[in-house]
Design a protein around this ligand. Structure first.
Ligand SMILES: [Zn+2]
Length: 387
């Protein structure tokens, strides 16, 4: 049965049919269609089909390793400092701009989890990024390729998606419990990529907003015919590739047993506070909030602020970065004591807030809210109507 499916898939992936499909779905000629995850397999199957089996569109498994879905040995090793270093080498075929996109997407993972993508030097096991749109599942040993490609497979979330496969993650809609959350519309599906696996779900909930979730129309046989329908509410968005969801981060940290306190705030506005707020925050903690909104500057305001006072704020402090990592430019350097704090504006669509505490003295902490830069001053029309 598996072999039959594979044959079907290869058949489906004939380049001529692919071009037809892309044109058909988008009603205009394009080089790479949105279903490129599968589409771009063509190239790879051609190169290595003797030793590689295809699983779920863009995941490649060495033959005979299908059971690796629940693997432990395919995880990347953790070093003594608690960090999981994944060496990466990017093919020189990529332009400087493309390399910066890849670096930015990987930086986000490195910031929010104990998985740290590092430049490969002499490591034996490493990821080699080349053109394509696929990945192996988990660490396979030696040099393992991950395929990425602009125009369809290089959004931040797409890069993280392929890397997540290499870290050991399957597609969200392939989870063992998926039938409670989505309906697979088999009659609209062109290829058999929608199987379910006996996955370990890490005790964390199903996540419609995961970068590992397919979109509603992926691999559809015709425009407007969904292949995946969320239940009970069919209009819940699925298939975003803007970046790791909050649960994507939690899952990486859980799979790799990281002790990280990290959150993603992907909505256009929201608020967050220190742990236990307004009760005293814990000692010896370090939490990060990554605010990531769509094509807009971020405006951050602290509503309340009460941290242990120390000289140079070396004990407990808040620090805000203009970007998605601690290497980004600092917007607000270590700040402590009692507020009020100046408002902070990020120049781009990501902002990182760090809250660190030492081993003594706590206080009530803080509560902060954020929004898109200019909307805060001009009430939306709806607000007027309500008044
Ligand atoms: Zn995938």
């Amino acid at each position: 049965d598996h072999l039959r499916k594979l044959k079907m898939m290869k058949y489906f992936l004939l380049p001529s049919q692919l071009a037809f499909l892309c044109n058909f779905v988008l009603s205009k000629p394009v080089q790479v269609c949105p279903c490129s995850e599968t589409a771009l397999h063509v190239h790879f199957l051609h190169l290595a089909e003797s030793e590689i089996a295809v699983h779920e569109g863009d995941i490649l498994l060495r033959r005979g390793q299908r059971s690796a879905i629940n693997c432990e040995s395919c995880l990347w090793p953790k070093s003594q400092d608690g960090l999981v270093k994944v060496p990466v080498n990017i093919s020189s075929d990529f332009s400087l701009t493309e390399r910066s996109w890849i670096a930015d997407a990987l930086q986000e993972v490195s910031t929010l989890t104990c998985v740290k993508f590092v430049n490969r030097t002499t490591e034996t096991d490493y990821v080699y990024v080349e053109h394509g749109c696929w990945s192996y599942f988990g660490k396979i040993g030696g040099r393992q390729a991950v395929g990425l490609m602009k125009n369809g497979c290089m959004d931040k979330g797409a890069i993280q998606h392929e890397m997540n496969h290499a870290l050991g993650f399957i597609h969200e809609q392939a989870r063992s419990d998926r039938d409670k959350f989505v309906k697979i519309v088999w009659e609209h599906i062109m290829a058999g990529n929608f199987g379910k696996v006996k996955s370990k779900n890490l005790g964390l909930p199903y996540d419609y907003s995961s970068v590992m979730h397919y979109g509603a129309y992926d691999f559809s046989s015709a425009p407007g015919k969904p292949t995946i329908v969320p239940i009970p509410n069919p209009s819940v968005p699925i298939g975003q590739r803007e970046g790791l969801s909050n649960l994507d981060v939690a899952k990486i940290n859980k799979l790799y047993k990281c002790n990280c306190c990290s959150s993603v705030l992907p909505k256009p506005k929201g608020s967050f506070s220190s742990v236990n707020y307004p009760s005293p925050y814990p000692n010896n903690s370090n939490c990060l909030w990554l605010i990531r909104i769509r094509q807009s500057k971020i405006f951050l305001q602290f509503e309340t602020f009460d941290l242990q006072t120390s000289s140079d704020c070396s004990s407990d402090y808040i620090k805000v970065y203009n970007g998605n990592s601690k290497n980004s430019p600092v917007l607000l350097d270590k700040y402590c004591g009692k507020g009020p704090l100046p408002s902070v504006v990020a120049s781009g669509s990501t902002m990182l807030v760090e809250f660190a505490t030492d081993e003594t003295v706590t206080a009530t902490g803080f509560r902060a809210s954020y929004s898109q830069r200019f909307k805060i001053q001009v009430p939306a029309p709806k607000d007027f109507e309500r008044f």
